[in-house]
Write a protein that binds this ligand. Structure first.
Ligand SMILES: [Zn+2]
Length: 415
């Protein structure tokens, strides 16, 4: 019989409501940008709650906040659990915050059940996951795993020229702890998050174990034509950059259906020059975001986009240039963590499925250095990054229950 733990659903909900008030918008959303005054207030409350739960609190130089519950063997590599407390501008209450509070509730419940796991467990709030005020996104987890250096992350500035390092100091979260992996390493990392897509809601399921994260490619395509008067210039012989771009964009939107079931492609930015009602466009620049869990599909998609752009430019007498902005390969989460999550799903007797994430998360950075994994709870209608983001409370509780048991499973792996 595996060890099992129950969460305190009332405390979990009261705490969630209280946190959702910090930086709340009029329409039940959340506006709590990284290192803002609202971020300071929620961090203060989080530290207080960690202390009340008798966890050892430390803050590192990137402002990541940890609360440690000691295990039987304090020298063993800890299990990390958590997510992020910052939000998008006028974003939702569930994105990030639910994961941090689920992790806290899990560890507090384990502590109160008087279960001493073999390994230490640390609850963590990663600094600036959203990347909306300071880029890059996923800053805290990136620094922690050494993907980017602490110095360059602290030097990132917002639109007003404020450096992340100065803002951390201003809100009192420029911690003393080094932002680095502990000497003994990290045993595993588990994060619960809202799905931010419609699949669980469509299938009426409360939970998914996440198998991995889509690979993606970002392109910026510039098409060069020639500006001419919109009246006297006949249709033939024009070099219309926007006409070429719109041909290409239509094809890009049709492309995923021809590539793979899970492929998605998005043209999210379009700039036209000179952008004048009676001038043939001389230049059109647009971006492409293409994703799939199969890297070969992403690469094939990029090749087909190249061909479509070339064909469209030929038809319209235009030239083009493609800037390959970034390419992230698909990432599979650790089998060990997925197995632990599957066992917890069984223990908690919650109906669940497996999914792949289309969005990036802190867990992705952690997978670089340890065994990471995630659980998803549903997003009603798949809505996210806006005030309408919603998850049924029963689903949050089911997710937290599984999460607590998965945490315990991992913390009991031989230390
Ligand atoms: Zn998030």
């Amino acid at each position: 019989m595996p060890a099992a733990v129950d969460i305190d659903a009332d405390r979990f909900r009261e705490r969630f409501e209280a946190y959702a008030d910090i930086g709340a918008t009029e329409n039940d959303g959340l506006h709590r940008l990284a290192l803002s005054d609202a971020d300071k207030r929620v961090r203060d409350r989080f530290v207080e709650d960690l202390e009340d739960a008798d966890l050892d609190v430390r803050v590192d130089e990137l402002g990541n906040i940890f609360g440690r519950y000691e295990g039987e063997n304090p020298a063993a590599a800890p299990v990390l659990v958590g997510s992020h407390l910052d939000s998008q501008p006028y974003g939702g209450r569930f994105d990030g915050q639910l994961g941090v509070l689920t992790a806290l509730e899990a560890v507090q419940s384990i502590a109160e059940a008087d279960v001493e796991p073999a390994r230490p467990v640390e609850v963590v709030n990663w600094t600036n996951e959203e990347g909306t005020r300071f880029q890059p996104s996923m800053m805290g987890s990136s620094g922690y795993v050494g993907f980017e250096t602490v110095e360059e992350l602290l030097a990132a500035t917002d639109r007003d020229g404020n450096a992340a390092g100065d803002e951390l100091e201003r809100i009192g979260y420029d911690g003393d702890a080094r932002c680095e992996l502990p000497e003994e390493g990290v045993h595993s990392f588990l994060e619960l998050h809202v799905e931010q897509g419609p699949v669980l809601d469509d299938r009426d399921l409360p939970l998914a174990v996440v198998d991995g994260v889509y690979g993606l490619s970002w392109l910026r395509i510039t098409i060069e034509g020639a500006a001419d008067h919109a009246g006297p210039t006949p249709m033939h012989g024009r070099e219309d950059a926007l006409a070429a771009a719109s041909d290409a964009i239509s094809e890009i939107n049709r492309l995923p259906g021809r590539l793979a079931d899970d492929a998605v492609a998005t043209v999210g930015e379009l700039d036209v020059e000179p952008n004048s009602i009676n001038v043939i466009p001389a230049r059109a620049t647009f971006t492409v975001d293409i994703r799939s869990y199969d890297d070969a599909v992403v690469d094939e998609g990029v090749e087909r986009i190249e061909r479509e752009v070339e064909a469209a430019c030929e038809r319209h007498g235009a030239d083009y240039e493609i800037d390959y902005v970034s390419r992230h390969e698909a990432m599979a989460f650790s089998e060990r963590v997925r197995d632990a999550a599957d066992r917890a799903v069984e223990t908690a007797d919650v109906p669940a499925t497996h999914l792949v994430s289309g969005a990036g998360h802190d867990a992705q950075h952690l997978q670089r250095v340890t065994d990471a994994g995630m659980l998803f709870v549903p997003s009603v209608d798949g809505r996210t990054h806006n005030e309408a983001e919603f998850t049924e409370w029963d689903d949050c509780v089911a997710g937290a229950h599984v999460f607590a048991n998965a945490t315990l499973e991992l913390a009991n792996e031989d230390a």
